[in-house]
Design a protein around this ligand. Structure first.
Ligand code: ZN
Length: 366
């Protein structure tokens, strides 16, 4: 228990603990940084530490107040989910009751004016059960513009017994007047070795694929924890077939391409329309890897680390020009995705384009 269980971002943890230890916690804090690195988690840990019976710069997770904090959070999450499902706009914000530890999140696309009005109406009163009231406003960038003025008023006259923690990916999505009244704690993407250690501890991803999972997670603990190897490979396989079919002819440029393999792969890639955006993302990652290899050679930092030999072969056989053309084809597919256009024909068109114009820059495999 306690802050030692927090993964990554040691500077942010140290900053928070330092404020706790000096008992000079500002009235309003702003946690910023990429998604999935634990901003909200650390905000809630801080809320517990402010109230834990064992304090002053940590929380135990077992005292009455720590357990009470968990209960409050569970009740809040349930309440938010119920309100989010309501079709009735008035019912969504009816009878808001805020606990001493309160998580505030968007109920619709926005954090609504009533939610912030409730912050203001209780922020200046004594907490009910805890020494200190803490409001954690997650996705603060989603605060409705009509509610920003109300929040600003609270920030201008910081309440004595309430701490506000705003959480949002990018501070510049908030109004400067709000931003400037909060002490900022910046979070960074979590480094790969930390993510690999986390994956090893969880034991869900086989050792050989951990480097891949850590790369795909791109600094996000949430992504690392939810990495699904089978799903990832299922999505990637038709791209492998596509690239194989496209580059197979390279040693002998006049040979006919394996049309069947090519069309089978484009069919597999476009089979599931609802899934096509994710499929495209996987394709982009592979093409980015190929560009990296074509430009940086052995120094290339690729995401698909487990497929490096194959990537090298494709990069050499296709050449930078063709890879760029494929990327443009994907850009076009991405644009057309919103319209009701046949994606398979689109991918086939770009494949034909690459096949008909063998890249002059294609280099022999190294
Ligand atoms: Zn405690």
């Amino acid at each position: 228990m306690g802050f030692e269980t927090f993964i990554g971002n040691p500077e942010a943890v140290a900053a928070v603990r330092g404020m706790l230890a000096s008992s000079r916690l500002p009235g309003a804090l702003l946690f910023t940084g990429p998604d999935g690195v634990g901003k909200k988690t650390l905000a809630l840990m801080l809320a517990k530490a402010l109230n834990c019976e064992r304090g002053p710069d940590d929380f135990c997770g077992v005292c009455v107040r720590c357990r009470k904090a968990e209960e409050m959070l569970a009740a809040t999450r349930e309440d938010l989910a119920r309100r989010g499902e309501s079709k009735d706009a008035a019912k969504r914000v009816e009878g808001l009751v805020y606990f001493d530890l309160q998580l505030i999140e968007p109920i619709t696309r926005y954090i609504l004016i009533e939610q912030i009005r409730q912050v203001r109406s209780v922020a200046y009163t004594h907490p009910f059960e805890f020494p200190r009231r803490v409001f954690v406003i997650d996705e603060a960038q989603a605060i409705h513009w009509q509610a920003s003025d109300l929040l600003l008023k609270v920030l201008e006259e910081p309440p004595e017994t309430t701490t506000l923690i705003l959480v949002c990916p990018n501070a510049y999505e908030l109004r400067p007047t709000i931003r400037s009244r909060c002490r900022r704690v910046a979070f960074q993407p979590v480094d790969e070795s930390t993510l690999s250690a986390l994956l090893a501890e969880e034991g869900r991803v086989p050792k050989a694929q951990r480097a891949l999972a850590a790369r795909v997670a791109a600094g996000s603990i949430v992504k690392a924890k939810s990495f699904d190897l089978a799903e990832f490979e299922r999505r990637r396989r038709p791209w492998f077939d596509f690239l194989t079919a496209l580059s197979a002819r390279a040693p002998e440029p006049t040979a006919a391409p394996d049309w069947k393999a090519l069309f089978d792969s484009t069919k597999a890639l476009t089979e599931n329309r609802d899934d096509f955006e994710e499929t495209l993302k996987t394709g982009y990652t592979l093409l980015r890897d190929l560009v990296q290899i074509a430009l940086a050679g052995p120094q290339a930092e690729v995401v698909n680390v487990d497929a490096l030999p194959r990537l090298r072969t494709w990069a050499a056989e296709l050449g930078l020009e063709s890879i760029e053309r494929l990327k443009e084809g994907l850009d076009e597919a991405y644009r057309l995705q919103v319209r009701n256009v046949n994606q398979q024909l689109g991918l086939e068109a770009v494949a034909l384009d690459v096949l008909e114009n063998p890249a002059s820059s294609a280099a022999p495999a190294t």
